[in-house]
Every structure is written in structure tokens, then in C-alpha cells.
Design a protein around this ligand. Sequence first.
Ligand code: SAM
Length: 327
Amino acid sequence: KHNPEGDAHFLEDESTKNFARKVADHYSARTNQTLEEREASPIIHLKKLNNWIKSVLIQLYAKRGDAVLDLACGKGGDLIKWDKAKVGYYVGIDIADGSIEDCRTRYNGDADHHQRRKKFSFPARLMCGDCYEVRLDRILADDAPFDVCSCQFAMHYSWSTEARARRALANVSALLRPGGIFIGTMPDANVIIKKLREAEGLTFGNSVYWIRFDEEFSEKKFKSSNPFGIKYKFHLEDAVDCPEWIVPFHIFKALAEEYDFELVFVKNNHIFVDEYMKKPEFIELMRRLGALSDGNQDRSTLSPDEWEVAYLYLTFVLRKRGQPDQI
Ligand code: SAM
């Protein structure tokens, strides 16, 4: 009471930690599915579409021999994609210890029920940690510089406070070489806020997802120059059920520029799919991943509700300033 500002900061710090824990516990508790369970998922085609988007990004930006940093790597669902790109070294970090355990199991090749396969051709370092809190440049000083950093469906978990959003970008910037590439996917704030405006109350969704904003939600904060900590609850059938934060992309881009990044592109995932599905090599990849039925070159295997979820996300590519030979 004597120091309301100080108290507020203290409370914010405590609750920020609690929310990070909630996110970690949620993902940690998600056990590996059997192939049959996975195929029966109500969002199986969305999962395949997201895998296709990540594969396209990796094929476009990873080169043979690259050192890769995978922030919020989860259970290592992208390990095979990096292997196909013939990368030379991989570091994966995730806050959820259960997910890192699964990732380790998948990397070591035992009990991998998704695919029995040969060992990965690159060495890997897998760690449990909060990528938006810890000074990764200190921990990974001997592994840096990296050629590519990837943060898939996870960057928005850094947006609970400005300090965390800055730590996330500072970490990636410090670890990438000049000219290095930062690829990622995260919710598209413009789409989410548009849907909120059109909604009756603070909740909207369809048969596979819902989003619920807190009572305290304010458009003012969204439009302000300090739009951190705008929290909502996200539920996606058979995938996600935890607090998330709005990331206004123009602020993300401006902050990234402070950390020496330039924007290569940002696209809503609907646009991304429509653009890259015109390219024969990526149509073929989509067929191999099983997101399309045979001979079907449109998205008709995705239900309209799954396709609406794809619209909630965007894909970004940033490049660290400088030329590689300036190292
Ligand atoms: N990147 C993986 C993929 O595409 O399959 C996992 C995506 S999953 C939707 C989000 C991941 O972000 C979870 O594995 C979660 O544990 C991780 N995560 C959330 N907050 C994090 C943090 N502060 N530090 C590291 N990982 C975090």
C-alpha cells in the first residue's frame, strides 16, 4: 500500500512466472500419441498443414551444414525436417521438461513410434530452459554462432512482458551470425483482434478451437506503444489449452529492428499456403505429408474449421544485419 507501483511490479513478476509455469506444465503433460491416436485427431489435417508450412520454411532457409537453434523445440517434431535439410548441428531448447525428454527419445531413435528410422546425421544438444528469461548467449557461447534460428508456434509466449519479449529477441540476435536467418510462426494479432471485435462477448471460436479474452482486455492497450501482457486463453482440440499473449506484429518488427533484424517477409498462413502451394516441389511435399488426398491439389481434406485455425497464424522471416564474411 505504501508503494503501490513497487507492489504492482512484484505482482507482475510473480504472475509472469506463474503463467510461464502454466504454459510449461501444460506442454509437459501432453504425452506422445500413438500413430493411430494421431490419425484420429480432429485436427490431423491442420497438424499436417502446419508441418508442411514448417518444412517449406526449413527447405527455403536452411542450408547443408548449417548450425540450427530451435527455440521452444517441443517434442522435436521438426528433427526430421532439419535432417532432410542436411544441417550440421542442432540445439533445441524448451521450457517443458516432459517435451525435452520426448525430444531426446526421438533423437536417440528408440521408442519412436511415429517412424522407425535411421539415426539423425547431425549432433544435437537438447536442453530444458526458459528461452525468454535466460541469457542464452552465456549458456550457448561455445555453440554460437548459429546460421538459422527457428521458433515455431511459440514466439508469442515471450510477449507477457516487455522484458521477456526483449530477452527473446536479444537471445536470438546474440546467437545468430551476421546475415543469419530467424524463421517462425505465431498467432496473427490482427486476425484475432478482428474476430474479437466481431464476437458477441469476449469469447469466440468454432468446433476445434476457442479463444477467451480476460475481462480487463482493452483495445487501448492493443493500440498503445506498450502492448505487452495482453493475455487470452487459447484452446485447440487435441493440442493446446493455456494462456497466450497477443503480439502486434508492427511492434514485434520494430523491436526486432532494435536487435539488428530486418524483415524478409511476414504472411498470414492462408496467404503462405496459397503462395507456396503453387510451387510443384511443395505440392509434392504436401502430398507426401498426407495433408492432401491423392490427386487433390486443393485444401479440401482440411475441414473449414481447421482452415479457420490456420488463418489465426502468421509466418515470419527475419535476417540479422551484416554480411557473413564480416564475422
Ligand atoms: N516448436 C514446436 C513445434 O512446432 O512442434 C513446439 C510448438 S508448441 C505449440 C509450443 C512450445 O513452446 C511448447 O513446447 C512449450 O513448452 C514451448 N514454450 C513455451 N514457453 C516457452 C519458454 N518460455 N521457453 C521455452 N519454450 C517455451
